[in-house]
Design a protein around this ligand. Structure first.
Ligand SMILES: Nc1ncnc2c1ncn2[C@@H]1O[C@H](COP(=O)(O)OP(=O)(O)OP(=O)(O)O)[C@@H](O)[C@H]1O
Ligand SMILES: [Mg+2]
Length: 358
């Protein structure tokens, strides 16, 4: 096992005008499960391929354990990979597929058999060892690819969207299996996904990427509860965080949203006379009257089974509210909405950065 340290990794593909990764630095602790999350094209696969040695950075450094591997050949990095396409060999059965890497490495047959059986047992593939991939389901094939990677006893496990080809239900069950498995293995893992639920569920920490950079790297609850910038708040969550823009009144105590106002923490009174953005999650807003409640106009109500999603407007600004599943009201009507002070996150509109007020 080993820690992985990335320092200022820059990669520009030939002919490209923008950097695929732009001075990315990241430290993954020994045994940690690190998820790289971000929209398509933000540089996740590029970063993983540089760690694997399949791409060379223009500049920067990659250290695994105590070895600088930046320019080391892939096979000498002692890592194993599972890729999006999870290519399994169609002309080899499950056991041969899982043991392939070990045999190439010259591992004795008895040892290969022992490891294949161990991995097959962990991934519930034991009944299928003699089957060929054509007769496996997508989920089983994907498990074969994972099994093949874990038998290698690598220091580092790299996975690029290994669940991407599964349907929603399979994804859900395999996600839990994978979490259990990786917890048991304790191998340092870098896991790429653009699925935020998967990222939050699996990661010890989540590095949220945007345009070749890391926008925030922290524990799942931290990136969700305290997005470091508007991008992270607007990327995580379904629906994502709401942002309301207002002007802080002269005495610094309230944010005027355009006719209605909301209390501002004392620490932000320095913003008096300036604009400020309020970030609040849809599930944190309560449909309730009382002190400080704002009036919103209900535009759409969507019953979603476990909740009701309300599309509303406060002072002409769109706000999504996640209400209890039994909530009913007629669109076009007015709603009292309460935004609890502890659910408010404040952002500087000039920098998009979270303002520390607690
Ligand atoms: N081989 C390549 N040659 C040129 N440009 C590339 C190459 N591979 C990736 N890129 C570009 O580099 C940027 C990052 O791509 P990358 O594949 O790392 O993104 P990603 O985050 O993995 O996206 P996705 O979620 O779609 O897989 C993109 O702008 C992409 O177009
Ligand atoms: Mg990718």
């Amino acid at each position: 096992m080993a820690e992985v340290v990335l320092r200022d990794l820059v990669k520009t593909y030939a002919g490209a005008t923008v950097r695929a990764t732009d001075e990315v630095s990241l430290e993954v602790a020994d045994g940690e499960f690190m998820v790289l999350l971000g929209p398509s094209g933000c540089g996740k696969t590029t970063l993983l391929r540089m760690v694997a040695g399949l791409e060379l950075p223009d500049s920067g450094q990659i250290v695994i354990g105590d070895q600088d591997v930046t320019y080391l050949e892939p096979r000498r990095r002692n890592l194993s990979m599972v890729f999006q396409s999870y290519a399994v060999f169609p002309n080899k059965n499950v056991a041969e597929n899982i043991g392939f890497g070990l045999r190439v490495r010259g591992t004795p047959a008895a040892e290969v058999r022992r490891k294949v059986e161990w991995a097959a047992d962990l991934l519930q593939l034991s009944p299928y060892l003699d089957r060929y991939p054509a007769k496996l389901s997508g989920g089983q094939r994907q498990r074969v690819a994972v099994a093949r990677a874990i038998v290698m006893d690598a220091d580092v496990l790299l996975m690029d969207e290994p669940l991407s080809n599964l349907d929603a239900l399979l994804r859900l069950s395999f996600r839990a299996e994978l979490k259990k498995l990786v917890g048991e293995l304790g191998t340092t893992t870098l896991y790429v996904t653009h699925d935020q639920v998967e990222a939050l569920s699996l990661g010890d920490r989540v590095a949220v990427m945007r345009e070749g950079r890391i926008a925030q790297c922290d524990a799942p609850t931290a990136v969700y509860d305290d997005p470091a910038n508007e991008f992270v708040g607007g990327f995580l969550g379904s629906p994502p965080m709401n942002f309301l823009t207002g002007t802080v009144e002269r005495d610094g105590s309230k944010l005027d949203l355009g006719g209605q106002s909301l209390a501002v923490p004392h620490a932000l009174s320095t913003f008096a006379g300036r604009t400020l953005k309020l970030g609040v999650r849809p599930e944190a807003i309560e449909v309730a009257g009382g002190d400080g409640a704002l009036q919103g106009e209900l535009q759409v109500l969507e019953p979603l089974g476990s909740s009701a999603l309300l599309t509303t407007e406060i002072c002409g600004q769109p706000v999504k509210v996640q209400a209890p599943p039994t909530f009913r009201a007629e669109p076009g009507g007015s709603l009292s909405l309460r935004i609890p002070p502890e659910a408010c996150r404040w952002y500087d509109p000039e920098t998009s950065l979270l303002l520390e007020v607690r």
